[in-house]
Ligand binder design. Sequence first.
Ligand SMILES: Cc1cc2nc3c(=O)[nH]c(=O)nc-3n(C[C@H](O)[C@H](O)[C@H](O)COP(=O)(O)O)c2cc1C
Length: 203
Amino acid sequence: MVAGMEFADVVRRRRMVRDYDPDRPVPAQVRERLLDHAIRAPSAGFSQGWAFLVLESAADRDRFWRATTGEEAPDAWLTRMRRAPLLIVPMSDKSAYLDRYAEPDKGWTDREEARWPVPYWDVDAGMAALLMLLTAVDEGLGACFFGIPPERLAAFRHSFGVPPGLRPVGCVAVGYPGEDDRRSPSLRRGRRPVEEVVHRGRW
Ligand SMILES: Cc1cc2nc3c(=O)[nH]c(=O)nc-3n(C[C@H](O)[C@H](O)[C@H](O)COP(=O)(O)O)c2cc1C
């Protein structure tokens, strides 16, 4: 893999990596670039209602996996994913958006959630996550976005002292790809072609 590649190549090469070389940590400057790029994501009203939990030490990563997956013996997916040397949990802060849009230039002082076409707080955290996924590819590393099960959220919050208003939208695992990587079986569905999903002018 080549670092600093053409943007089109970064997009084309981006895919979720589900095995990592446990002996190759993510260089500090790459970690910081991931985070610098994450905060370049757009955000509604420039609210920037996001937070990123960075877990790097073996103890912190182990705490993450124990909180989010439990104590049972890890399955094959988890065994490979646990090798990732860096985990970044992007979180969204709904109240930061409700506060921002209650400011005079926006004026939604009732903080009514029905005004929001979709939860922009989650959209923006997702955009930040995508920038991290693309940056990892650009740096010659691999990454995978995956979800935290709802029933594990309380344990996750408790383990890391996460304030109640913050919600993890998922987790981005980052590292150098391992030798036992597996593509998602979902890919057998095939990529829906442009002409199937794009409606030009009208439906
Ligand atoms: C919101 C979201 C949640 C996902 N959750 C998981 C997950 O829990 N586990 C996993 O292995 N992959 C997860 N994926 C990765 C998808 O399986 C993957 O993006 C899809 O199959 C297309 O493959 P590609 O990203 O490698 O092109 C998730 C992706 C997204 C966008």
